[in-house]
Design a protein. Structure first.
Length: 334
């Protein structure tokens, strides 16, 4: 599994290492020329290729001397994103030489920062679990770790919040992640529900994914009130969760429109010290036939992000009282 694995195809956070060393003009030009070739042949947003390539050719003309490797990666990333408006497209610098893939069609794997982004230091993405007044559970998730790293922690968190009469999932600071986004869905919707389809341009093929038919521990279930908080920082796999729950009519989205990144990417080596973060696929939800690229997930209740929790809490308490009064809450039955 590559760093960007997201079940059907990866969606992930971009990171650049803190340390860097000078990179000569020859390697800068090599990285840019290789990136141009890959973008022309593999970038999924075909309509954006020309503008993106033009931006890289302008940079190539200015590559005349040694520069800091991390600074160069940031500059190239800025130009790529300005031209493409794609938050997944970028250039990553590695101070250690990047080995070539065994097969030219295979992406490279950059796992140096897996522990930093997904490990025990960030509690595998589980920032906070809190039981609020009215038996409303709050779950603050900051990243979705690979299942082999933190799937058990995510499962434990979902089991804990299952006891709530309502649940608020805070994704306002969640920039994306890996395959545990599907695991989370398994606790919230009907098992086996359709999740996401992904088109891969180089292979010219679609893959389709469903919600897990079984998950460990207790399920919150598909009926109790559910709210998801979003902001402009909510991105990638976090958007996939919010978008899917909204498309299924399962959750109320509260906050601001999310970042708008629905293009899974792979790492493609372009020189000894640089890899292109290249979106080769695009996501599509089977219930809508579209995705959240560029526009983001549009909240059902639009409020400034710093007000989103208070608003969701008010809505959750009203919903819990309504369920109790109507008899849909088992505790209200004689």
């Amino acid at each position: 599994m590559t760093r960007i694995a997201f079940l059907f195809a990866p969606l992930m956070i971009l990171a650049h290492p803190a340390g860097a060393a000078p990179v000569d003009a020859a390697e800068q030009r090599e990285a840019l020329r290789s990136a141009i070739e890959l973008i022309e042949t593999r970038y999924v947003a075909v309509e954006r290729v020309a503008a993106t390539v033009a931006a890289l050719r302008e940079l190539e003309a200015t590559a005349t001397g040694a520069v800091d490797g991390a600074d160069f990666a940031r500059t190239v990333t800025q130009h790529l994103r300005q031209a493409s408006r794609d938050g997944h497209l970028g250039l990553t610098y590695s101070q250690a030489p990047i080995p070539e893939a065994a097969d030219a069609q295979d992406p490279v794997t950059l796992n140096d920062d897996f522990e930093q982004w997904y490990g025990t230091g960030v509690n595998h993405g589980v920032e906070r679990i809190e039981r609020l007044d009215g038996n409303i559970m709050l779950l603050d998730l900051r990243v979705f770790p690979p299942a082999e790293m933190g799937g058990d922690v995510i499962a434990a968190a979902m089991t804990l919040v299952a006891q709530g009469d309502a649940l608020i999932i805070d994704l306002r600071k969640n920039g994306g992640g890996a395959d545990t986004v599907s695991l989370v869905l398994g606790y919230l919707v009907e098992p086996g529900s359709p999740f996401m389809s992904t088109y891969n341009r180089p292979r010219d093929e679609w893959t389709h994914q469903s919600v897990p038919a079984w998950v460990p521990g207790r399920r919150f279930g598909a009926e109790k009130p559910l709210y998801v908080l979003t902001s402009s920082r909510t991105f990638s796999a976090a958007e996939a969760l919010a978008y899917s729950l909204q498309a299924m009519g399962r959750a109320t989205i509260v906050g601001e429109a999310s970042g708008g990144g629905a293009h899974p990417f792979e790492y493609r080596r372009v020189s000894a010290h640089f890899a292109l973060d290249l979106p080769e696929g695009t996501s599509q939800h089977p219930l809508t036939g579209v995705n959240w690229q560029d526009v983001g997930v549009i909240p059902d209740v639009a409020v400034p992000q710093d007000e989103a929790l208070d608003v969701a809490l008010r809505l959750a308490r009203e919903a819990v009282r309504g369920r109790s009064a109507s008899g849909s809450d088992p505790r209200s039955l004689p």
